[in-house]
Design a protein around this ligand. Structure first.
Ligand SMILES: [Zn+2]
Length: 501
């Protein structure tokens, strides 16, 4: 019989912790909705005690998202657990995930507690969490570097206290597949009670082994895997959901397990997370990279044309990568536009839909065919923005080899037009200086990337910027066939987010 592996998605908790990925509540809800469509078993929606914003987003996800279990992280502390319990309470199915360090280095240096004190706290806090919610997950933090005998002891004790899932994290990404698989086997051997509950793993990618370690754990008997979309997360990130799921699916005879993931939603989810976090996906990334299904080499192309299996171990369709037949153009109406977005899985409020439609019309005037990827860029730009304090009215650029680049631009600020003219080292520099002059602030530009969305010189350029103010990072997107306009739109989107907090 095939075993079922539960997929625990922590994009909104561990993934969101990585520098620059911070999301606002609307964006988190949008991702949670898509995770529900992807059919993950559990959504770790956040760390409720971390901030009022975190608490509120976990709560709203618990209220609005149906299907998956909604979970909040909590340290093994009463205050944490109380906050987590309150935040997940509205959910159809809720879970509290509590943790405490069990490696010698974590106990001594971070917690300043003896092993006995750690054990006692873990048991008490699992029982305390249990008084709010029946579904409790416990993690011995840094399990990969913990002494095995102590690990068995604490796992046995928290199961007795009522934990329903034991999660074994490799917090620092130090272990290897052989060791990690063995650790999982040893836990199953030495704590037989674990067979009645879920045994989970949570791997980090510091040595590029997060997915390999997770798969080794599945082979060894783990029943839940914690992962993130596109593998985002602190440092080198977490195990990537799409790689684990497609690994298990593509090599099913080898693993003999199933997941409940609707793999056709993978591509869309990856795009959404990348758009909203501003964390771009490398082109050669397994499963979701832009080149993952591109067969450029002539010899491969010939093979793929004759029979796909020659070089293709998975089909693009299996992750939802289909070139849609319905391409929109300048004569497409509002209904066709809305239907297309719905087909692509986007649902929008009326007002945002109208804005996206206007934006589509402007693009369609400049570009013959508007593709799915173009639409994704338009959607990313139009619907996930903060209140628009500043909007671009018009811009004129002078640049070239023998002129000093300059920009003259007009912004609409609270219904009034404001104009500025600046010069710079290039047209983007000049335009950004003009924006700064009107806004009266100079946030640091930490990241600027530009991508051509489709081929051809009339392609839509998508610019992603990240700006920094007081240690907070704000992301903005802009898409346009003119890359200077796209650049200014992206910068304004980031500034609008900055001034809205
Ligand atoms: Zn982690």
């Amino acid at each position: 019989m095939t075993r079922k592996i539960k997929i625990f998605d922590t994009t909104l908790r561990d993934g969101e912790q990585c520098p620059g990925a911070s999301l606002n509540i609307e964006e988190k809800l949008e991702i949670a909705k898509q995770l529900a469509r992807l059919n993950v078993d559990i959504i770790e929606a956040g760390f409720a005690i971390a901030s009022p914003g975190d608490f509120e987003s976990v709560k709203q996800i618990a209220e609005k998202i149906k299907g998956p279990v909604i979970c909040s992280l909590a340290r093994a502390k009463k205050e944490d657990i109380k906050h987590a319990a309150e935040a997940v309470k509205p959910a159809e199915k809720s879970r509290i995930h509590t943790f405490i360090g069990t490696s010698p280095i974590h106990m001594e240096k971070k917690l300043r507690m003896t092993p006995d004190e750690v054990l006692k706290t873990a048991v008490e806090m699992v029982k305390y969490a249990k008084s709010f919610c029946p579904d409790i997950e416990f993690s011995p933090e840094d399990a990969g570097r913990s002494e095995k005998e102590f690990l068995y002891k604490i796992i046995r004790a928290v199961i007795e206290a009522g934990a329903k899932t034991i999660n074994v994290p490799d917090t620092v990404g130090y272990t290897t597949p052989w060791e990690f698989g063995e650790l999982i086997e040893d836990i199953i051997k030495n704590v037989p009670e674990i067979k009645n509950i879920d045994l989970s793993v949570h791997c980090h990618n510091d040595l590029g082994l997060a997915v390999a370690n997770s798969l080794a754990a599945v082979r060894a008997g783990a029943t839940q895997v914690e992962c993130t979309i596109n593998g985002i997360g602190e440092r080198a990130g977490n195990a990537s959901l799409e790689e684990i799921v497609m690994g298990l699916k593509t090599r099913k005879p080898f693993f003999n397990v199933d997941t409940s993931i609707k793999t056709e939603e993978i591509h869309k989810t990856s795009r959404l997370v990348s758009n909203l976090t501003g964390m771009l996906v490398q082109p050669n990334k397994a499963v979701v990279g832009a080149n993952a299904f591109a067969h450029e080499a002539g010899i491969h192309q010939a093979g793929v044309m004759r029979a796909r299996e020659t070089y293709e171990i998975m089909t693009p369709e299996s992750i939802g990568l289909t070139e849609s037949k319905l391409v929109l153009g300048k004569h497409s109406g509002r209904n066709a536009f809305e239907k297309k977005l719905n087909d692509m899985g986007y649902t929008m409020e009326k007002e945002n839909l109208e804005k996206a439609f206007q934006s589509f019309k402007r693009i369609a005037d400049l570009k013959k065919e508007v593709t799915d990827r173009d639409l994704e860029a338009i959607v990313a730009e139009e619907i996930y923005v903060a209140e628009e304090t500043y909007t671009l009215d018009k811009i004129e650029i002078k640049s070239g080899t023998k002129v000093k680049p300059s920009a003259k631009l007009t912004l609409i600020v609270k219904g009034k037009k404001k104009e500025a003219k600046e010069s710079g080292s290039g047209p983007v520099d000049a335009a950004y200086k003009a924006v700064q002059k009107i806004v009266g602030q100079r946030p640091k530009l930490v990241d600027y990337t530009i991508q051509a969305i489709t081929g051809g010189t009339d392609a839509l350029g998508e610019v992603t910027v990240r700006i920094k103010k007081d240690d907070r990072i704000f992301t903005g997107h802009g898409a346009h066939t003119d890359i200077i306009v796209a650049s200014v739109k992206a910068y304004l989107a980031a500034i609008n987010r900055m001034v809205s907090v």
